[in-house]
Design a protein around this ligand. Structure first.
Ligand code: ADP
Ligand code: MG
Length: 313
């Protein structure tokens, strides 16, 4: 915000310049301000509350009002960008207050909304993803319907409602759809955490030593809606499966908190390969099944097919 002092100085300078010419100039400017239609209207409307000489005694305020208002009209930056000036009566004189403009309110709202969506290693563009813009095609219809249904129902729902397990080929729009749901839920005040799972896995492994991973898991698992993007992408570490993913799934099932997943592989394949064969080598199908049960409880599988929407390089 630019300092108001600059304008006051300019005003005082004009007022204190010696000589009749300058004084006349000031008077002419004051007449012009008092003749301004909006100012006249305000004075007429509030005559009973204003002193008889209110306009003259409030001339500095009126001038400030006109200056900021006209700057805004002409798309120039005033010293209070984003605010619209308003005349008010104050102690029988006229004063100016500032009201945030529609544009500023919209900007603030966007920031508030963004805060309801916590992301971890996600592409930036998903912050702009929206269900309204999601491309509809036969292969995407089921997923979009489920996503819209969740977004509509969940905020007012009292009982548990499972999220979605989106799977399909690269570039079909799974990550985009997760972002769109998160943004839509934010409008209803729902807090969502969206995590790129492979990055989260690396981060967890990097912090085993200092136990800080416990704190991270704790905040992630408690998120109102939790979305894990790109699970099943690379070989899972046994430790991450049992101490990170397992802990999160267990907590969310007990607390009945919905989850979303995106993956290139189906639930069946996730259970039979990714969760069964971790980096330890030998298969652990029973462990895998237990985890899969939780995933199935927390989400419903839906397939996405269609064209690759990734920009061609
Ligand atoms: P996936 O996660 O299935 O691999 P993405 O969600 O990353 O696919 O989508 C691939 C690209 O296409 C991204 O750049 C994404 O922003 C864009 N995209 C996907 N769906 C849409 C959509 N409905 N409208 C606009 N852009 C989209
Ligand atoms: Mg993706």
């Amino acid at each position: 915000m630019e300092s108001v002092s600059k304008y006051i100085r300019q005003f005082l300078r004009e007022r204190t310049i010696n000589g009749e010419g300058a004084r006349k100039g000031f008077e002419v400017a004051s007449q012009k301000i008092k003749a301004d239609p909006e100012i006249r209207k305000f004075i007429n409307q509030h005559q009973s509350q204003l002193a008889d000489d209110a306009a003259d005694r409030s001339i500095a305020k009126l001038r400030e009002y006109v200056m900021v208002r006209d700057a805004e009209k002409n798309n120039q930056t005033s010293f209070v960008p984003g605010y619209t000036p308003q005349l008010i009566v104050s102690d029988h004189l006229i004063d100016v207050t500032y009201k945030p403009s529609e544009e500023l309110l919209a900007k603030r709202k966007a920031v508030r909304m963004a805060r309801r969506v916590t992301t971890l290693s996600m592409p930036k563009d998903i912050l702009n993803a929206s269900l309204d813009d999601f491309e509809q095609s036969d292969g995407r219809f089921a997923a979009l319907t489920m996503a819209v249904n969740f977004s509509d129902q969940y905020p007012s729902r009292k009982q548990f409602m499972p999220g979605c397990y989106l799977y399909g080929p690269f570039g079909v729009g799974k990550t985009y759809l997760l972002g769109a749901v998160a943004n839509d839920l934010a409008k209803s005040g729902v807090l969502t955490t969206l995590i790129h799972f492979p990055s989260f896995e690396s981060e967890m492994k990097a912090s085993i030593g200092d136990n800080s991973y416990l704190k991270k898991i704790d905040s992630v698992k408690k998120s109102q809606v939790l979305m894990l993007d790109d699970i099943g992408a690379n070989t899972l570490s046994t430790w991450v499966r049992d101490e990170v993913l397992g802990v999160i799934l267990e907590y969310r099932m007990q607390q009945q908190l919905p989850m979303f997943f995106s993956s290139n592989i189906s639930m069946e394949k996730l259970a039979d390969s990714w969760l069964t064969f971790t980096n330890r080598g030998e298969g652990e199908p029973l462990k895998a099944q237990r985890l899969m049960q939780r995933i199935r409880f927390l989400s419903r599988e839906v397939k996405l097919t269609g064209s690759d929407r990734r920009p061609k390089k």
